[in-house]
Ligand binder design. Structure first.
Ligand code: NAP
Length: 505
């Protein structure tokens, strides 16, 4: 066998959610066909495949929460449900001819940079090994569910599952259910299951701010119009985008201006919650926007139903079939559903990447996640993240940020081509430092840092390493092209073997 025995591709994309599929489309459009998409599950769709809980829908309007290059005139609702978003991603996969590139059931277990050959060696759980010149990590921040370490949970005799791993074989009808958490997932689940269960006990550690959701069916006439005159769909998207761009200043520079929205959220609550004691328990004591603003017109009406109890305390212990809150409240239940979020600032994939210095991304990021323009970390040449550090949004569509990062990816590959030969770009520590100092400086005034709450936007050190403190247009400008001065150009000393095998062409 030759010195080199593994399949070699130009680009390996990890994950097939919005980020990974978007990257695949962009690669093809750039004329790059020598790439694979490695997906750990048996289908594409990422978070929209994994989150199939009752009531799951997107709280960003569908005409904005979709690719600009794949408009969908057929969105059935203003805020479409999970099944429609998942179907949209399947449709994108077919329309853009991505299937031949996608390797399902390929869970990446290790990615190791070879500083001599200038490529990434990628190992998957099914025994596959391949090498790639460039890795695009599109595993997403909301992909690994987080379940709190609750003493006694292993003694619970009933069913336990996480919102992102819904147990569809378990019939909740007539059951006593403990719902843990009051984030974006839980507030969709509660109204969906409340009519079905016997008793629902909601463990609320921190009350969320909940605004009404103006969800409605998109009429046949509107769909006809968008289908027949595509510019109308574009205009609709543009309007949705523009409104959100105008809101950004309040989140990032003038959180006090958000105060008036609290009035609307309080009215949304007062409309359904007549009991003043319950209203008090449900009223947040921090500035709206500090945590993600939730949208629901059915959450409070569900909480007002006689079969729902709100325990204003976190889950602290399980004793057999009894769940115990931190305030001592005890409730006997048949099932526990965790709506407790994801490993965002401690994402498990970071333990599976070993960079140029022989250390993992998790070790590199132990003081906090940091990348250049949300894409390149120090010590990880030719390894890019889609939805990397500080690219999240509090009020608009992540697809806009993904597409901005795809522009950056396209230019990154062009730069490598122009440089020619076996070459890698390694983000300079000074450039990464400068970028992150600017981001953190701007972060100081934002509602996420000053609003008086704890959220998944902040890491264990209290640093906001997740959200972008600006408009989507600013981010788009910042990622339009790669500034080579921010990278060291690394060249291979040994030429790569010629007898490499390409992937799908
Ligand atoms: P999340 O926002 O992280 O919420 C987790 C919830 O669990 C919080 O309410 C947290 O309380 C609570 N919690 C954690 N440990 C607890 C304990 N021991 N006892 C009681 N409560 C506990 O997670 P998520 O709801 O899954 O949402 C995550 C993100 O996914 C969202 O912010 C959003 O970006 C995305 N998402 C989007 C949509 C959409 O419509 N587009 C829908 C669902 C999710 P604390 O607040 O006190 O920490």
């Amino acid at each position: 066998m030759a010195e080199f025995e593994h399949e070699h591709v130009r680009v390996a994309v990890i994950g097939s959610g919005f980020g990974g599929l978007g990257a695949a489309v962009r690669l093809r459009r750039e004329g790059v066909t020598d790439f694979v998409v490695l997906e750990r599950a048996d289908a594409v769709g990422g978070t929209w495949r994994d989150n199939s809980y009752p009531g799951c829908a997107c709280d960003v309007p569908s005409h904005l929460y979709s690719f600009s290059f794949a408009p969908n005139p057929e969105w059935p609702r203003t805020f479409s449900g999970q099944e429609h978003i998942r179907a949209y991603l399947e449709h994108v996969t077919d329309t853009f001819g991505l299937r031949p590139h996608i390797r399902l059931n390929h869970e990446v277990t290790m990615m190791t940079w070879d500083a001599e050959k200038l490529w990434w060696k990628i190992e998957a759980a099914n025994g596959t090994t391949l090498v790639a010149d460039v890795v695009v990590s599109a595993t997403g921040p909301l992909s690994d569910p987080k379940t709190p370490d609750v003493p006694g949970l292993d003694t619970f005799p009933g069913r336990v599952f996480h919102s992102a791993r819904w147990d569809h074989d378990y019939d909740l009808t007539g059951k006593r259910v403990a719902m843990i958490g009051t984030g974006a997932s839980a507030i969709q689940i509660v109204p969906a299951i409340q009519p079905q269960v016997d008793k629902l006990t909601l463990f609320q550690r921190t009350p969320p701010w909940v605004m009404p959701r103006a969800d409605r069916a998109i009429s046949g006439a509107e769909r006809w119009l968008h289908r027949t005159v595509p510019a109308t769909g574009k205009a609709r998207r543009g309007l949705l985008w523009g409104i959100r761009e105008l809101q950004v200043q309040a989140f990032t520079k003038r959180p006090d201006e958000l105060g008036f929205i609290e009035t609307i959220a309080k009215a949304n609550m007062a409309k359904s919650i007549k009991d003043p004691a319950l209203r008090a328990r449900l009223t947040p004591d921090y500035r709206i926007g500090c945590k993600r603003i939730l949208l629901s017109s059915t959450y409070y009406p569900a909480l007002a139903q006689p079969n729902v109890d709100v325990v204003a305390s976190g889950l602290s212990e399980v004793r057999g079939s009894t769940v115990v809150a931190a305030d001592g409240t005890e409730t006997e239940v048949d099932a526990i559903i965790f709506g407790t979020g994801f490993h965002v600032t401690d994402m498990p994939i970071a333990d599976r990447v070993v960079g140029a210095d022989g250390i993992t991304l998790a070790e590199t990021w132990k003081g906090g996640m940091e990348s250049l323009r949300g894409a390149s970390a120090v010590g990880f040449p030719n390894w890019m993240t889609i939805i990397g550090p500080n690219t999240g949004l509090g009020n608009s569509s992540m697809i806009l940020m993904i597409e901005a990062q795809l522009n950056y990816l396209a230019d990154y590959l062009r730069q490598l081509d122009t440089l020619g030969g076996r070459v890698a770009l390694a983000a300079r520590p000074s450039a990464v430092g400068a970028w992150n100092r600017r981001v953190q400086e701007r972060m100081k005034r934002t509602v996420w840092n000053t609003g008086g709450c704890d959220s998944w936007y902040l890491d264990a050190n209290g640093r906001n390493t997740t959200v972008w403190p600006g408009t989507t247009s600013e981010f788009r400008r910042a990622t339009r092209e790669v500034n080579l001065a921010e990278y060291d150009v690394v060249r291979a000393e040994v030429p790569a073997p010629a007898e490499v095998e390409g992937a799908v062409a």
